[in-house]
Ligand binder design. Structure first.
Ligand SMILES: [Zn+2]
Length: 242
């Protein structure tokens, strides 16, 4: 379900951010990451990163035009979702693979390097997807929900801008978000074509087979993930001296 994916995206970003920030010190290939991750742990960049990663964790399901997520920004995201569905050959196909995660990450990095407008559109889309996924909106009120979301997304975007968030890590957060989604879906009964275009569907680990939307996810996994995300935010944003 949507919010499980979004919450795990935020949690994974908050978990791996210190590791990513430490990577350039290792030199070599990891050293190339240095400019991307230099500010990754400052409070506003960290919050923006967690939001973008949460939104990116919803991206693979844009191949499903009837999903709530496809209605985030009304017709704009619906059309995008129709396109994803057509390109990827239906739900849980190409967008649920390592190749898609890598392509989305590299594509976003190139886009952001060359076009600041493109970068801003990606950021806005990701914030919107994240807010929608965690349940911002009114059930069955598509247009009202889209308007509320647009307002909150704009507020978040303007706030990040006023704090000079640079999004140098944007592609990285997109790739990690998509990967988190794929791993999450591999825990469910249908699995994912991780090595697409190979058709084999992968399940992890050994067919736990969580059924989406069932009691376990709604009553336990969702709340537990919320607690993890809030806890991680607290740990990461708290000054070390406390
Ligand atoms: Zn999925």
């Amino acid at each position: 379900m949507g919010h499980t994916h979004a919450l795990s995206g935020a949690a994974v970003w908050l978990l791996v951010a210190p590791g990513l920030a430490a990577l350039p010190a290792a030199g070599g290939l990891a050293g190339d990451l240095a400019p991307m991750v230099a500010n990754i742990l400052t409070p506003s960049e960290l919050i923006a990163g967690a939001l973008v990663c949460a939104g990116a964790a919803m991206l693979p399901d844009l191949d499903h035009p009837s999903a709530t997520i496809a209605q985030t920004f009304g017709p704009a995201t619906w059309v995008l979702s129709k396109f994803f569905n057509w390109v990827s050959g239906g739900h849980r196909h190409a967008t649920h693979s390592l190749l898609f995660a890598a392509a989305a990450g590299v594509g976003t990095t190139l886009l952001a390097e060359h076009y600041s407008i493109g970068r801003d559109i990606v950021v806005i889309l990701m914030i919107g997807l994240a807010l929608r996924a965690i349940g911002i909106g009114i059930p069955d009120k598509t247009i009202t929900s889209a308007l509320i979301n647009i307002g909150l997304t704009a507020a978040a975007f303007i706030m990040f801008r006023s704090r000079d968030v640079e999004y140098l890590w944007l592609g990285l957060a997109i790739a990690i978000g998509c990967l988190t989604h794929v791993v999450g879906d591999c825990l469910t009964e249908r699995g994912c074509p991780v090595l697409w275009p190979l058709k084999h569907r992968w399940l992890l680990p050994w067919k736990i087979g969580i059924k989406t939307g069932r009691a376990f996810e709604v009553k336990f996994l969702g709340p537990a993930l919320s607690v993890v995300v809030i806890g991680l935010f607290a740990i990461r944003l708290m000054p070390a001296s406390l």
